[in-house]
Design a protein around this ligand. Structure first.
Ligand code: GDP
Length: 288
């Protein structure tokens, strides 16, 4: 699932998306609802020009519902069309079609006015960074298994259209773009949510980030999950407390920090600490 993004790959990915833009009426920009900002491509506004776009916040089943509302409000204020969806369970699929029709209503009315009696279906494509659920969404919209999971940039394929009802057609291959990985916090967020393979980042570093974040924003979840009365301010003490509760102790009584980090991250990713969101729209202006 992880792609090593080199400048050449980025240029190629961008070119491929730009090529496909010519074929479509509307873009669905898929992001992870737990990290709507960190799971965006940093150049998306430059890449998708002159095409209407809907931001789809996916995996809302794993995200903090209160924060998903905040994000939707933020997009509304920015004049950006956005929907909260769960591609895995198929939630929000009808809204994608109806909002697309609404957005493209005028364009298709103009086509009608030019004498095209039966307008063609709306043509759409999905773009997003790896692992946000592009293939899952394509399969969902197609209501049968078609898209190959796993990303293979650079593999050229003939374009196929997937019919979504009678009014929408979707490109069968999504546009795969790169994340903003040069920013360390963004990297930690991507790793915490499992968007980046663990082998390319240090598990303990990610876990330090994640535990500090949880201590600050989700202290109740953290206390309840690991049976902590209080959350130690010192990060090593916090690791120690969790390790003791969970038996992540090596022979000789030393704390096994690798095992503790692995356990905590696995539990975050499998929602054992509840529905969590790591990006806050309120912090957007200070981040940039
Ligand atoms: P892609 O790389 O963008 O094509 O992502 P995939 O479609 O391969 O999905 C990546 C992982 O996220 C897979 O394990 C999917 O099952 C999972 N996934 C996709 N959408 C959702 C969702 O809405 N909710 C949850 N919980 N998991 C999802």
């Amino acid at each position: 699932m992880t792609i090593q993004w080199f400048p050449g790959h980025m240029a190629k990915a961008r070119r491929q998306v730009t090529e496909k833009l010519k074929l479509i009426d509307i873009v669905y920009e898929l992001v992870d609802a737990r990290i709507p900002q960190s799971s965006r491509n940093p150049m998306i506004d430059e890449i998708i020009v002159n095409k209407p776009r809907i931001v789809l916040l996916n995996k809302t089943d794993k995200a903090d519902p209160r924060m998903t509302e905040e994000w939707l409000r933020y997009y509304r204020e920015q004049g950006v069309q956005a929907l909260a969806i769960d591609a895995q369970a198929g939630k929000g699929m009808k809204q994608i079609v109806s909002l697309s029709k609404e957005i493209l209503h005028e364009k298709f009315e103009r086509m009608k006015a030019k004498g095209i009696k039966k307008p063609r279906a709306i043509r759409a494509m999905i773009v997003g960074i790896p692992n946000v659920g592009k293939s899952t969404l394509i399969n969902r919209l197609a209501s049968k298994k078609i898209a190959k999971t796993g990303d293979r940039p650079g593999v050229t394929q003939a374009q196929q259209w997937i019919k979504v009802g009678s009014e929408l057609e979707l490109l069968d291959t999504p546009g795969i773009l790169w994340p903003k990985f040069e920013d360390q916090t963004v990297g930690y967020k991507l790793a915490t949510t499992g968007a980046i393979k663990d082998t390319i980042v240090n598990m303990q570093d990610i876990c330090v980030y994640a535990l500090r974040f949880l201590s600050r924003y989700y202290p109740v979840n953290l206390k309840e999950r690991y049976g902590l009365e209080e959350i130690p301010e010192d990060i090593v003490e916090l690791f120690d407390a969790i390790a003791k509760k969970r038996g992540c102790i090596m022979s000789g009584g030393m704390v096994d920090y690798d095992k503790t980090a692995e356990l905590v991250l696995r539990e975050i990713r499998t929602d054992k600490l509840g529905m969590l969101t790591f990006d806050d729209p309120a912090e957007l202006s200070s981040e940039e």
